[in-house]
Design a protein around this ligand. Structure first.
Ligand SMILES: NC(=O)c1ccc[n+]([C@@H]2O[C@H](COP(=O)([O-])OP(=O)(O)OC[C@H]3O[C@@H](n4cnc5c(N)ncnc54)[C@H](OP(=O)(O)O)[C@@H]3O)[C@@H](O)[C@H]2O)c1
Length: 238
Protein backbone atom coordinates (compact mmCIF):
# COMPACT_ATOMS: atom_id res chain seq x y z
CA UNK A 1 0.00 0.00 0.00
CA UNK A 2 1.11 3.59 -0.60
CA UNK A 3 2.35 4.93 2.75
CA UNK A 4 0.80 8.39 2.42
CA UNK A 5 -2.72 7.40 1.35
CA UNK A 6 -5.34 4.68 1.30
CA UNK A 7 -4.55 3.65 -2.25
CA UNK A 8 -2.39 0.69 -3.37
CA UNK A 9 1.30 1.04 -4.23
CA UNK A 10 1.03 1.63 -8.00
CA UNK A 11 3.74 0.98 -10.56
CA UNK A 12 3.75 1.08 -14.35
CA UNK A 13 5.76 -1.41 -16.37
CA UNK A 14 6.35 -0.68 -20.05
CA UNK A 15 8.64 -1.36 -22.96
CA UNK A 16 9.28 1.52 -25.32
CA UNK A 17 11.28 2.19 -28.45
CA UNK A 18 14.45 4.30 -28.45
CA UNK A 19 12.25 7.35 -29.14
CA UNK A 20 9.50 6.69 -26.63
CA UNK A 21 6.90 4.75 -28.62
CA UNK A 22 5.00 1.68 -27.40
CA UNK A 23 2.87 0.50 -30.33
CA UNK A 24 2.32 0.90 -34.05
CA UNK A 25 0.19 3.68 -35.56
CA UNK A 26 -2.59 1.08 -35.93
CA UNK A 27 -2.30 0.59 -32.15
CA UNK A 28 -0.96 -2.91 -32.64
CA UNK A 29 1.43 -4.54 -30.22
CA UNK A 30 4.92 -5.16 -31.50
CA UNK A 31 7.90 -6.91 -29.97
CA UNK A 32 10.00 -4.18 -28.38
CA UNK A 33 11.83 -6.18 -25.71
CA UNK A 34 13.01 -9.79 -25.45
CA UNK A 35 12.88 -12.88 -23.26
CA UNK A 36 14.97 -11.40 -20.43
CA UNK A 37 12.57 -8.48 -20.13
CA UNK A 38 9.47 -10.71 -20.44
CA UNK A 39 10.83 -12.75 -17.54
CA UNK A 40 11.45 -9.63 -15.44
CA UNK A 41 7.87 -8.47 -16.14
CA UNK A 42 6.54 -11.95 -15.28
CA UNK A 43 8.23 -11.73 -11.87
CA UNK A 44 6.60 -8.33 -11.30
CA UNK A 45 3.22 -9.81 -12.23
CA UNK A 46 3.68 -12.79 -9.93
CA UNK A 47 4.49 -10.54 -6.97
CA UNK A 48 1.57 -8.14 -7.49
CA UNK A 49 -1.95 -8.34 -6.12
CA UNK A 50 -3.43 -7.11 -9.40
CA UNK A 51 -2.60 -6.08 -12.97
CA UNK A 52 -4.47 -3.22 -14.58
CA UNK A 53 -4.89 -2.26 -18.25
CA UNK A 54 -7.07 0.19 -20.17
CA UNK A 55 -9.85 -0.93 -22.50
CA UNK A 56 -7.76 0.31 -25.47
CA UNK A 57 -5.17 -2.36 -24.73
CA UNK A 58 -7.80 -5.09 -24.33
CA UNK A 59 -9.41 -4.19 -27.66
CA UNK A 60 -6.13 -3.94 -29.59
CA UNK A 61 -4.01 -6.72 -28.03
CA UNK A 62 -6.46 -8.98 -26.15
CA UNK A 63 -3.82 -9.84 -23.50
CA UNK A 64 -4.43 -12.67 -21.01
CA UNK A 65 -2.24 -10.95 -18.36
CA UNK A 66 -1.46 -14.34 -16.77
CA UNK A 67 1.75 -15.32 -14.96
CA UNK A 68 3.69 -17.29 -17.56
CA UNK A 69 6.15 -19.20 -15.35
CA UNK A 70 4.73 -22.46 -13.92
CA UNK A 71 7.14 -22.18 -10.95
CA UNK A 72 5.87 -18.69 -10.11
CA UNK A 73 2.23 -19.83 -10.36
CA UNK A 74 3.03 -22.74 -8.06
CA UNK A 75 4.75 -20.40 -5.64
CA UNK A 76 1.62 -18.23 -5.51
CA UNK A 77 -0.59 -21.28 -4.87
CA UNK A 78 1.77 -22.38 -2.07
CA UNK A 79 1.13 -18.98 -0.44
CA UNK A 80 -2.63 -19.60 -0.62
CA UNK A 81 -3.06 -17.11 -3.50
CA UNK A 82 -4.78 -17.50 -6.87
CA UNK A 83 -2.20 -18.53 -9.46
CA UNK A 84 -2.71 -15.21 -11.24
CA UNK A 85 -3.12 -11.75 -9.70
CA UNK A 86 -6.51 -10.10 -10.15
CA UNK A 87 -6.87 -8.71 -13.67
CA UNK A 88 -8.49 -5.29 -13.90
CA UNK A 89 -9.79 -3.39 -16.96
CA UNK A 90 -10.50 0.36 -16.86
CA UNK A 91 -13.51 0.48 -19.14
CA UNK A 92 -16.00 3.39 -18.76
CA UNK A 93 -18.57 2.04 -21.19
CA UNK A 94 -18.26 -1.70 -20.39
CA UNK A 95 -16.90 -2.54 -23.84
CA UNK A 96 -14.71 -5.46 -22.71
CA UNK A 97 -15.70 -8.43 -24.92
CA UNK A 98 -17.16 -11.29 -22.87
CA UNK A 99 -14.88 -13.68 -24.77
CA UNK A 100 -11.69 -11.67 -24.01
CA UNK A 101 -8.65 -13.74 -23.07
CA UNK A 102 -8.59 -12.40 -19.50
CA UNK A 103 -11.83 -14.36 -18.98
CA UNK A 104 -10.77 -17.46 -20.93
CA UNK A 105 -7.18 -17.94 -19.79
CA UNK A 106 -5.89 -18.62 -16.28
CA UNK A 107 -7.59 -18.74 -12.90
CA UNK A 108 -8.00 -15.70 -10.68
CA UNK A 109 -10.18 -12.68 -10.02
CA UNK A 110 -11.26 -10.35 -12.80
CA UNK A 111 -12.47 -6.84 -12.15
CA UNK A 112 -14.03 -4.46 -14.68
CA UNK A 113 -14.16 -0.81 -13.64
CA UNK A 114 -17.06 0.95 -15.35
CA UNK A 115 -18.62 4.41 -15.11
CA UNK A 116 -22.20 5.28 -14.20
CA UNK A 117 -22.83 5.85 -17.96
CA UNK A 118 -22.03 2.29 -19.04
CA UNK A 119 -24.89 0.53 -20.86
CA UNK A 120 -26.73 -1.59 -18.28
CA UNK A 121 -26.94 -4.63 -20.58
CA UNK A 122 -23.15 -4.68 -21.09
CA UNK A 123 -22.57 -4.39 -17.36
CA UNK A 124 -25.01 -7.23 -16.69
CA UNK A 125 -23.21 -9.52 -19.17
CA UNK A 126 -19.77 -8.64 -17.78
CA UNK A 127 -20.95 -9.21 -14.21
CA UNK A 128 -21.28 -12.93 -15.10
CA UNK A 129 -17.52 -13.01 -15.76
CA UNK A 130 -16.08 -10.42 -13.37
CA UNK A 131 -16.55 -8.25 -10.30
CA UNK A 132 -17.84 -4.84 -11.35
CA UNK A 133 -16.72 -1.59 -9.72
CA UNK A 134 -18.59 1.61 -10.63
CA UNK A 135 -16.27 4.62 -10.26
CA UNK A 136 -17.02 7.95 -11.95
CA UNK A 137 -19.89 9.26 -14.03
CA UNK A 138 -18.54 9.44 -17.62
CA UNK A 139 -14.96 8.19 -17.41
CA UNK A 140 -13.34 6.27 -14.60
CA UNK A 141 -12.49 8.26 -11.48
CA UNK A 142 -9.09 6.62 -11.01
CA UNK A 143 -8.56 7.83 -7.44
CA UNK A 144 -11.93 6.44 -6.39
CA UNK A 145 -11.18 3.18 -8.17
CA UNK A 146 -7.84 2.78 -6.37
CA UNK A 147 -9.47 3.41 -2.98
CA UNK A 148 -12.07 0.76 -3.81
CA UNK A 149 -9.33 -1.69 -4.82
CA UNK A 150 -7.61 -1.21 -1.46
CA UNK A 151 -10.84 -2.10 0.31
CA UNK A 152 -10.88 -5.29 -1.78
CA UNK A 153 -7.43 -6.34 -0.56
CA UNK A 154 -5.33 -5.01 -3.47
CA UNK A 155 -2.25 -3.30 -2.03
CA UNK A 156 0.29 -3.70 -4.83
CA UNK A 157 -0.94 -2.82 -8.32
CA UNK A 158 0.95 -3.28 -11.58
CA UNK A 159 -0.20 -1.18 -14.55
CA UNK A 160 0.59 -2.50 -18.02
CA UNK A 161 -0.73 0.38 -20.16
CA UNK A 162 -1.56 1.65 -22.57
CA UNK A 163 -0.57 5.26 -23.04
CA UNK A 164 -3.91 6.82 -22.09
CA UNK A 165 -4.26 4.92 -18.83
CA UNK A 166 -0.57 5.47 -17.97
CA UNK A 167 -1.01 9.19 -18.44
CA UNK A 168 -4.33 9.31 -16.59
CA UNK A 169 -2.65 7.81 -13.53
CA UNK A 170 0.61 9.80 -13.73
CA UNK A 171 -1.09 13.16 -14.25
CA UNK A 172 -3.40 12.48 -11.29
CA UNK A 173 -0.34 11.80 -9.08
CA UNK A 174 -1.35 8.18 -8.52
CA UNK A 175 1.87 6.41 -9.59
CA UNK A 176 4.79 5.50 -7.30
CA UNK A 177 7.24 3.84 -9.71
CA UNK A 178 7.74 3.34 -13.44
CA UNK A 179 9.84 0.56 -14.93
CA UNK A 180 10.83 1.19 -18.55
CA UNK A 181 12.71 -1.12 -20.83
CA UNK A 182 14.13 0.81 -23.81
CA UNK A 183 14.46 -1.21 -26.99
CA UNK A 184 16.30 -0.51 -30.19
CA UNK A 185 13.34 0.02 -32.51
CA UNK A 186 12.20 3.54 -33.38
CA UNK A 187 9.42 5.29 -35.31
CA UNK A 188 11.24 4.33 -38.48
CA UNK A 189 10.25 0.72 -37.78
CA UNK A 190 6.57 1.73 -37.68
CA UNK A 191 6.17 2.57 -34.00
CA UNK A 192 4.07 5.65 -33.32
CA UNK A 193 2.01 5.45 -30.13
CA UNK A 194 3.76 7.19 -27.25
CA UNK A 195 4.36 5.75 -23.79
CA UNK A 196 2.25 8.56 -22.42
CA UNK A 197 0.66 11.66 -23.82
CA UNK A 198 3.01 14.61 -24.06
CA UNK A 199 0.95 17.46 -22.62
CA UNK A 200 2.56 18.86 -19.45
CA UNK A 201 4.70 15.77 -19.25
CA UNK A 202 7.69 17.35 -17.54
CA UNK A 203 5.61 19.27 -15.01
CA UNK A 204 4.02 15.99 -13.99
CA UNK A 205 7.43 14.48 -13.34
CA UNK A 206 8.65 17.26 -11.01
CA UNK A 207 9.93 15.60 -7.85
CA UNK A 208 10.60 12.25 -9.50
CA UNK A 209 14.05 10.70 -9.61
CA UNK A 210 15.65 8.15 -11.83
CA UNK A 211 17.38 5.89 -9.39
CA UNK A 212 18.26 2.78 -11.29
CA UNK A 213 19.77 2.51 -14.73
CA UNK A 214 21.28 -0.60 -16.13
CA UNK A 215 22.17 -1.98 -19.50
CA UNK A 216 21.12 -5.43 -20.61
CA UNK A 217 22.98 -7.18 -23.36
CA UNK A 218 20.12 -8.80 -25.23
CA UNK A 219 19.74 -10.72 -28.41
CA UNK A 220 17.24 -9.21 -30.80
CA UNK A 221 16.13 -10.30 -34.28
CA UNK A 222 16.41 -7.38 -36.61
CA UNK A 223 16.57 -7.27 -40.39
CA UNK A 224 16.33 -11.07 -40.38
CA UNK A 225 19.49 -11.41 -38.28
CA UNK A 226 20.11 -12.05 -34.62
CA UNK A 227 22.12 -9.22 -33.10
CA UNK A 228 23.17 -8.32 -29.59
CA UNK A 229 22.40 -4.87 -28.27
CA UNK A 230 22.96 -3.05 -25.01
CA UNK A 231 19.44 -2.14 -23.97
CA UNK A 232 18.93 0.44 -21.21
CA UNK A 233 16.47 -0.31 -18.45
CA UNK A 234 15.39 2.47 -16.09
CA UNK A 235 13.38 2.78 -12.92
CA UNK A 236 11.74 6.11 -12.08
CA UNK A 237 10.53 6.72 -8.57
CA UNK A 238 9.16 9.48 -6.38
N1 LIG B 1 4.76 -1.38 -25.08
C1 LIG B 1 4.04 -1.48 -23.98
O1 LIG B 1 4.59 -1.59 -22.88
C2 LIG B 1 2.53 -1.47 -24.08
C3 LIG B 1 1.77 -1.91 -22.98
C4 LIG B 1 0.37 -1.87 -23.08
C5 LIG B 1 -0.25 -1.39 -24.21
N2 LIG B 1 0.50 -1.00 -25.27
C6 LIG B 1 -0.17 -0.46 -26.48
O2 LIG B 1 -0.95 0.66 -26.10
C7 LIG B 1 -2.05 0.78 -27.04
C8 LIG B 1 -3.33 1.05 -26.26
O3 LIG B 1 -3.18 2.28 -25.59
P1 LIG B 1 -4.38 3.31 -25.57
O4 LIG B 1 -3.81 4.58 -25.05
O5 LIG B 1 -5.06 3.32 -26.89
O6 LIG B 1 -5.45 2.64 -24.56
P2 LIG B 1 -5.39 2.26 -22.99
O7 LIG B 1 -4.54 3.20 -22.25
O8 LIG B 1 -5.14 0.80 -22.87
O9 LIG B 1 -6.93 2.49 -22.59
C9 LIG B 1 -7.40 3.82 -22.56
C10 LIG B 1 -8.89 3.87 -22.30
O10 LIG B 1 -9.19 3.66 -20.92
C11 LIG B 1 -10.43 4.26 -20.66
N3 LIG B 1 -10.40 5.15 -19.52
C12 LIG B 1 -11.48 5.33 -18.72
N4 LIG B 1 -11.21 6.21 -17.77
C13 LIG B 1 -9.93 6.61 -17.94
C14 LIG B 1 -9.12 7.53 -17.24
N5 LIG B 1 -9.55 8.20 -16.17
N6 LIG B 1 -7.85 7.71 -17.68
C15 LIG B 1 -7.38 7.04 -18.75
N7 LIG B 1 -8.12 6.13 -19.46
C16 LIG B 1 -9.41 5.93 -19.05
C17 LIG B 1 -10.80 5.12 -21.89
O11 LIG B 1 -11.72 4.41 -22.69
P3 LIG B 1 -13.29 4.45 -22.32
O12 LIG B 1 -13.66 5.91 -22.23
O13 LIG B 1 -14.00 3.70 -23.36
O14 LIG B 1 -13.38 3.80 -20.99
C18 LIG B 1 -9.48 5.21 -22.61
O15 LIG B 1 -9.62 5.43 -23.99
C19 LIG B 1 -2.10 -0.50 -27.81
O16 LIG B 1 -1.63 -0.23 -29.11
C20 LIG B 1 -1.13 -1.42 -27.10
O17 LIG B 1 -0.47 -2.30 -27.99
C21 LIG B 1 1.87 -1.03 -25.22
Amino acid sequence: MNESSSRPFVFINAAMSADGKIATIERKQTRISGSLDFDRADELRATSDAIMVGIGTVLSDNPSLTVKSAARRENRRAQGLDENPARIVVDSMARTPVDADIFKKGAGRKIIAVSGSAPKENVKELSKEAEIIVAGEKTIDLEKLLTELTSRGINRLMVEGGATLNWGLISAGLVDEIYIFIGILSSEEGLHRRLWMERDVWRSFAGWSCYHVRRWRMEFSFDGRNNKFNNPFILLSR
